[in-house]
Design a protein around this ligand. Structure first.
Ligand code: B3K
Ligand code: ZN
Length: 873
């Protein structure tokens, strides 16, 4: 099995200056003719073979400079095309292949979704369209000519600007698209089909008028309005915040129903999973609206961080992804509530990235080897990658960070570059040394940080000892300390931050401690009272704090910390502490639960906090988070029981407050997805969720009434989820009702599928199997499969990790079946097993047996085999 190493990187022997691609779309096949202008690199020895990538291709004809090639001059297999002795000068290579997009169930390359031809090329899909140097450091100018029956495909789209179009004989028509910006093949895109659209325009700050359009299946146009609004706000924000303008006359987005990922930033022609475009109040929740806005922004921001400046090789994926996630997080923070956004992002990081970083699939944000690059579009590359950029911004401060970004854009526009070059821009712009900081990109694992303190009353000295340690990860047994920005405050008895006279023992810059070694002991003088330290404000570094703190200190911070993130965190910590102690055989007592319940009630009633924040405060740590904190010998059923009991005990104390809050937050205003209204809904629904999960007698009735009266999907789904979470008496009936209410809307069907996958009781598995075995179930649509089985494997640990092993068996059977058609979906679902070694012994054994059987069966794709091998290692 071939492993690709970063250290083996070598620049290509040939570059491709220009690509002239001609696509002829016929009902049953697509003909692709390509003319490549190839240039040997200056130091390429004459006679060096030209090796082009392919995947499942059949070569129909080949010529160089117009002359057909002799059979002995080349070798063509489905996977590559070798020209043995190409001319030692610029030459034109012409090839022709025929594709069968209908049969392309992998959804990479050119495929068909709802009759529409579309493409997905990142990372290695272009080689499924034509033989090519399919690597991101080969940048070429593309001209694309598309031809199709006007009735079959009235819409013909590709990257760049439309330079010509017209009708031909026999009802055919054509369009010629030219992209003036050289680009790697992974940013290539084409769409042909019968689509509806909405249009708008945006004028950039230098006066360029850009025509905007969003294409979708007919009848869904109205559902694209919010996405269009988000696009225009994204364009304006990137100018304001980063000085980045759009660079073409056209920006098109196409929504398709079959898509392996969320969306794709193809130059001037973004292609989206339609669930991240469509939004209307009756079928989309506030969370869906947020996701549409976030991903529209993310793909748009790639135009500069990804497209204008791209990656030299796929090891650098985080260069564009981590940075672009950071940018979309900042966009949302500026548009909405910064504190709320931060809390949401940290919850995502903890539930998706921490388990990855602490398990068998752990890898650095910049990996140094891979077998299958598709398996590295991970939470580590994306979310931890964004945390690294955020730490850089924290360490440098806003102005110096912007100076570094400006230099990066100026220096590398048009380049395919590296993480090193990115960091160098910040070093050179600010005259700083980031060598040690750079280890965040190369070392895997979540640092565990412990803290101890000592206050000497007589001298007014407060000592804080902070230590870090990172556990070994696969391939990295020995770890070095990280450079860690710790934003902090010393909170005094009156709740305000205290000033200190002097500090010694480490690097402290204003409200920032920079931990550089294994450990530091900081002595603060001039403190008239013992402070309560508020550390990692705003979650200033992606670490796990492992030392338990006195509940009294945490509850104090929950009420007084000037940093909203740490106010939220303190409540989470108290709840987590109680659950972990309970799981260790030390159940909580009255004196612990009463103050926590009171703090939650007071937070919910505060006049100064906004509703969205309060909603998050009322949301206790998820089961997956508790499992991660527990670390070893995880019994998910026991965690679920503890969690439910904690909520029950809280609700038994503050149920009436929650009920009052629930009624106070009712609203009759017409739906708007704005942050204020969404926050109000979130708070009301958080109260409802607690009441139902906590067994309040009023809970089921409120949920049922809300479900039936709901005027929007946010409220309807929240009510239904609450009922399902405790499996109330009417949960099955409500679920059935929901199934029929929106038949024909696949995105609502997905919500129903997920609700069926999440109940923690034992009938869940049979229910899922029954749904899957329905002959009408869309077995090839990634959204449907992920909504049902992905949700089960990732978010229903209780049933996935059933003690009888049937959950594991089911997921393995599913993976082995889907792998035949769509390896990416199969491999992704299989990553649910990454927690297996942390389970208690009997579940661990059951998981291992299921995995070993899957391995034994063989015949797996490279994607799935890679995940399986690493999971078992
Ligand atoms: N760059 C694409 C990812 C495509 C992944 C293909 N396996 C989406 C994004 O991150 O914006
Ligand atoms: Zn991205």
């Amino acid at each position: 099995e071939r492993i690709i190493f970063l250290r083996d990187y070598a620049p290509p022997h040939y570059s491709i200056e220009k690509v002239d691609l001609e696509a002829l779309f016929k009902q049953d096949s697509v003909r692709i003719r390509v003319l490549l202008t190839v240039v040997p690199a200056p130091d390429t020895p004459p006679g060096t073979p030209l090796i082009l990538d392919g995947n499942e291709l059949v070569l129909r004809s080949i010529a160089i400079d117009g002359l057909p090639l002799a059979l002995t001059a080349y070798e063509a297999t489905p996977d590559r095309l070798v020209i043995h002795e190409p001319p030692n000068r610029r030459f034109a290579l012409e090839t022709e292949v025929f594709l069968d997009p209908e049969k392309n169930t992998r959804l990479m390359g050119l495929y068909r979704s709802n009759g529409v031809w579309c493409t997905q090329c990142e990372p290695e899909g272009f080689r499924r369209i034509t033989y090519y140097l399919d690597r991101p450091d080969v940048l070429a100018r593309f001209t694309v000519t598309m031809r199709a029956d006007q009735a079959l495909a009235p819409v013909l789209l590709a990257n760049g600007n439309l330079i010509e179009s017209g009708e031909e004989s026999d009802g055919m028509h054509y369009a010629i698209w030219e992209d003036p910006h050289p680009k790697p093949a992974y940013l290539f895109a084409m769409v042909a089909g019968d689509l509806g659209r909405i249009t708008d325009s945006f004028t950039t700050s230098s006066g360029r008028k850009v025509d905007l359009a969003i294409y979708c299946s007919h009848g869904k146009e109205d559902q694209c309005r919010y996405a269009m609004d988000a696009l225009k706000r994204s364009m304006a924000w990137d100018e304001r915040r980063f000085g980045r303008e759009y660079d073409l006359d056209i920006f098109n987005i196409v929504a398709v129903s079959d898509f392996n990922f969320g969306a794709m930033e193809n130059k001037g022609l973004n292609i989206f999973n339609d669930k991240l475009v469509f939004a209307r109040p009756e079928t989309a929740t506030d969370a869906d609206y947020d996701n549409v806005e976030r991903v529209i922004a993310h793909e748009y921001f790639h135009n500069w961080t990804g497209n204008r400046i791209t990656c030299r090789d796929w090891f650098q994926l985080c260069l564009k992804e981590g940075l672009t996630v950071y940018r979309d997080q900042e966009f949302t923070s500026d548009e909405r509530s910064r504190a709320v956004k931060r809390i949401q992002d940290v919850r995502t990081l903890r539930s998706a990235q921490f388990p990855e970083d602490g398990g068998p699939l752990a890898h650095p944000a910049r990996p140094d080897q891979y077998r299958e690059i598709n398996n590295f579009y991970t939470a580590t590359v994306y979310e931890k990658g964004a945390e690294i950029v955020r730490m850089l911004a924290t360490l440098l401060g806003e102005d110096r960070f912007r100076k570094g970004m400006d230099l990066y854009f100026e220096r590398h526009d048009g380049d395919a570059t590296t993480i090193e070059a990115f960091l160098k821009s910040f070093e050179d712009a600010n005259d700083v040394d980031l060598a040690d900081f750079g280890r965040w990109y190369t070392q895997a694992g979540t640092p565990a940080v412990s803290v101890s303190e000592n206050y000497d009353e007589s001298s007014g000295t407060y000592q804080l000892t902070i230590s870090q340690k990172t556990d070994p990860t696969p391939g990295q047994p020995d770890k070095v300390p990280m450079v860690m920005p710790i934003r902090f405050g010393l909170v005094g008895p009156n709740g305000g931050d205290m000033a200190w006279q002097s500090v010694a023992g480490g690097r402290v810059e204003g409200d920032l401690i920079v931990l550089e070694g294994d450990s530091a002991t900081l002595s603060f003088t001039g403190l008239g009272a013992k402070p309560v330290a508020s550390l990692f404000r705003g979650f200033s570094a992606p670490v796990r704090l492992t030392s338990a703190r006195p509940e009294a200190d945490l509850l104090f911070l929950a009420r007084h910390d000037a940093d909203p993130f740490n106010r939220w965190q303190a409540l989470q910590d108290v709840a987590m502490g109680l659950m972990l102690a309970d799981l260790a055989g030390r159940p909580w007592v009255d004196q612990q639960i009463t103050p926590l319940a009171a703090a939650l009630a007071d937070t919910a009633q505060s006049d100064t906090l906004d509703d969205a924040f309060k909603a998050l405060a009322l949301t206790l740590p998820a089961l997956n988070e508790v499992a991660r904190s527990k670390g070893q010998d995880v019994d998910p059923a026991a965690i679920e029981a503890t969690r439910e009991r904690l909520i029950t005990d809280i609700v038994s104390r503050i149920g009436p407050d929650l009920e009052a809050l629930y009624h106070a937050k009712a609203s009759t205003a017409p739906f708007s997805p704005d942050a204020t209204q969404a926050g109000q809904r979130a708070l009301r629904n958080a109260a409802l969720a607690l009441l139902v999960k906590g067994g309040a007698p009023v809970g089921p009735g409120l949920a049922s009434a809300q479900y039936h009266a709901a005027q929007n999907m946010t409220d309807r789904l929240a009510a239904l989820s609450a009922a399902v979470s405790r499996w109330t008496a009417d949960a099955p009936g409500l679920l059935g009702d929901f199934r029929t209410m929106f038949t024909g809307d696949p995105l609502v069907f997905d919500k129903w599928l997920t609700l069926n996958a999440l109940p923690t009781h034992d009938e869940t598995l049979d229910r899922i199997k029954a749904i899957l075995s329905d002959p009408d179930f869309p077995r090839n649509n990634p959204n449907r499969l992920r909504a049902l089985v992905g949700a089960f494997a990732m978010n229903n640990l209780v049933q996935f990790a059933r003690p009888d092993g049937l959950g594991f068996r089911f997921v393995c059977d599913f993976v082995s079946d889907v792998d035949q058609r769509n390896p990416q979906v199969a491999a992704r679902v299989l990553t649910g097993f990454r927690i297996w070694r942390n389970l208690e012994p009997s579940r661990r054994a059951a998981a291992e047996a299921a995995l070993r059987d899957l391995a034994e069966k063989g015949g797996l794709s490279r994607n799935t085999a890679d995940i399986l091998t690493r999971t078992l290692q």
